[in-house]
Design a protein around this ligand. Sequence first.
Ligand SMILES: Nc1ncnc2c1ncn2[C@@H]1O[C@H](COP(=O)(O)OP(=O)(O)OP(=O)(O)O)[C@@H](O)[C@H]1O
Ligand SMILES: Nc1ccn([C@H]2C[C@H](O)[C@@H](COP(=O)(O)O)O2)c(=O)n1
Length: 244
Amino acid sequence: MIVAIDGPSGTGKSSTSKAVAAQLGLSYLDTGAQYRAITWWMLNNGVDVADPDAIAAAAGKPSIVSGTDPLAPAISADGVDASGPIRTPEVTAAVSAVSAVPEVRERITDLQRTIAAEARGGIVVEGRDIGTTVLPDADLKVFLTASAEARAARRNGELKSADGKPAADLAATQQALAARDKADSSRKTSPLKKADDAVEVDTTELTLEQVVECVVTLVEKAAADKAGSAGNAADAEGMEKAAR
Ligand SMILES: Nc1ncnc2c1ncn2[C@@H]1O[C@H](COP(=O)(O)OP(=O)(O)OP(=O)(O)O)[C@@H](O)[C@H]1O
Ligand SMILES: Nc1ccn([C@H]2C[C@H](O)[C@@H](COP(=O)(O)O)O2)c(=O)n1
């Protein structure tokens, strides 16, 4: 069972994907973390992230390793744990430019396909282009959306200052999310886009628990359909053999 979950920033892809994978005993891959890890490595290794040629030349250099346990997601670059530093504002500001470079996408897409192929028990893969490009034959494709206001409020909820007040201005957060979405959906190679056969789930008015329940139901239905069509194919093959 391969599940692709795509959507813009802050729609709940990571939270939903981790919970669905944990509940159903599937592996989990955060592809945004891979793009963030290669961006972090470039920032730390003197690569000019404003220069697409410099990014392309460095794309093959770092080793990027992702863990696939939904209860303990892990990411490293050249053997160094990157799970903390990839969430810094510096990485967030540079990741869209780095991930727009075709050589980076090719490298990371190969990695993603290998991880998905090796996940024998099934996997939930979340990102921007999973349903359209990375795993176009996924058994289920989900595209999460939410209003710009809801997404900004969720992001600000994560950034609390010491006195418990939101650390960032809501309008500024909304603007930053919109800028990243614009960059991610307007790049030439593999932009953020809903696959034609994806199920769209608007999470604006839903709690995280409700979104998880909705996606678990969709996965269970896709698994039943898959088992049904495998059974039908086996029946048809059996009938064909008997007729020969
Ligand atoms: N349905 C929901 N209702 C309220 N809060 C939510 C919901 N879904 C997710 N959240 C919260 O919103 C924040 C963003 O969620 P999450 O990181 O899963 O989004 P994302 O789509 O993966 O974002 P990004 O692409 O930027 O990594 C988190 O703090 C999460 O707990
Ligand atoms: N499949 C993907 C996943 C992510 N990206 C890029 C674009 C995002 O802005 C960035 C960070 O992702 P996040 O951690 O916010 O999910 O990585 C991409 O191009 N393709």
